[in-house]
Ligand binder design. Structure first.
Ligand code: PLP
Length: 388
């Protein structure tokens, strides 16, 4: 076989998929597995979205669209951001729609990074960030966050990571895996640091709609003075339960969007046409999204209480997203082997905390995007395993 690229060699596989694949293999043997590993809503996409997509298929909306995304969808996204984040983006030049937020990361980082550039990333944090950065021969600089501080990022930790090579900070609020939400105060500090040291702020707000206790998730896009260095990423996967549709968008300064469009045109041509029509309909599904968030809130209460009742487990209440990040250090400081053991012996699938960075070691992530019944069953199995 001819030689393969060195670029991909350093990239790690997405561990959640490895856990899922083993869980599915057990299921094929007839074993019932409780899934807490999957970061995907168990809800079906709202009915109106599905109906709209069917209608559009019948109407023949099956062609390439504008490479930036359909103008009417970009206008609707602009209106949504004005209403929810209080920020106005120009739908013509500052918004780009693509097949999920994941390819938008590829385009944004591809357009921003040069080899050797450094990107600040929270640890624990979304594992793909590290791989995105390394793909472009950038270097990840970890910004540790600690349970003692409710996983809040601190100005000191960010400052400690800044060098003259810092090109960007990657934010994710609400956070996967901790559910932590950045306050307006810290966002202001980050905005000042980004201005002083001249780096980009890339803000992944894919869980922004999923927050509890009436918290309004602040967006760094609404902080004055950093519009020209801020990249907002949001998508339809989580809030609208549309993971399989592959739809997301970015709002960013025109020169960056223009460069990203060049990548989109060459590699992707345009976002999927049917999904874009579906996305337009999603904005009309407020009743469905409120019901989903209310159900996540019930599940959150059940799983956090249940985890804290287990011997050796401590779990903060996440402020947003649908993950409980449980401290299991009293049971094991090797989250990979604990997660494996739980899957093989208790048939409960979790994500090892170390997947989210070295500071995630000693934790397990439980996705509560699963039914109350499954959560009850999973907790019962964990109790049995831990008290055996
Ligand atoms: N960002 C975070 C923090 C995520 O958790 C995920 C998916 O799990 C994504 C981005 C990817 O989302 P999409 O389906 O829009 O590519």
């Amino acid at each position: 076989m001819p030689q393969l690229s060195r670029r991909v060699k350093s990239i790690k596989p997405f561990m959640v998929m490895t856990v899922l694949e083993r869980a599915l293999a057990l299921e094929r043997q007839g074993i019932d597995v409780v899934h807490f590993e999957i970061g995907e809503p168990d809800f079906d996409t709202p009915q109106l979205v599905r109906e709209t997509a069917c209608q559009q298929i019948r109407a023949g909306a099956t062609h390439y669209t504008h490479s930036r995304g359909m103008p009417e969808l970009r206008e609707r996204i602009a209106a949504f951001n004005r209403d929810t984040r209080g920020v106005t983006f120009d739908p013509v030049s500052e918004i780009l729609v693509s097949g999920g937020t994941s390819p938008l990361f590829l385009m944004a980082l591809g357009a921003i990074l040069n080899p050797g550039d450094e990107v600040l990333v929270c640890d624990p944090g979304y594992p793909c960030y590290e791989n995105f950065v390394e793909f472009f021969q950038g270097r990840v600089v970890r910004v540790p966050v600690y349970e003692d501080h409710r996983f809040d990022v601190t100005p000191e930790a960010i400052q400690a990571g800044i060098t003259d090579k810092t090109r960007a900070i990657l934010l994710n609020s609400p956070s996967n895996p901790t559910g932590q939400i950045n306050s307006e105060e810290i966002l202001r500090i980050i905005a000042d640091l980004a201005t002083d040291h001249d780096f980009w702020i890339i803000s992944d707000e894919i869980y922004a709609g999923i927050a509890y206790d009436n918290i309004k998730v602040p967006s760094i896009t609404a902080i004055g003075g950093v519009r020209d260095r801020t990249v907002l990423l949001d998508g339809f996967s989580k809030f609208y339960a549309m993971t399989g549709w592959r739809l997301g968008y970015t709002c960013a300064p025109t020169p960056l969007v223009d460069d990203m469009v060049k990548i989109q045109q060459n590699f992707f041509i345009c976002p999927p046409s049917i999904s874009q029509h579906a996305g337009l309909a999603a904005f009309e599904c407020g009743v469905d999204t409120s019901a989903m968030v209310a159900e996540y809130a019930r599940r959150r209460a059940l799983i956090v209480r249940g985890l804290n009742e287990l011997p050796g487990v401590h779990c903060l209440t996440p402020a947003g997203a649908f993950y409980a990040f449980a401290n299991v250090r009293e049971i094991s400081t090797n989250s990979l082997s604990l997660s494996r053991d739980l899957l093989e012996k208790a048939h409960v699938a979790t994500t090892p905390g170390v997947v989210f960075g070295p500071h995630g070691e000693g934790y397990l992530r439980f996705s509560f995007a699963t039914s109350l019944d499954h959560i009850h069953e999973g907790l019962a199995r964990l109790r049995k395993y831990l008290t055996r």
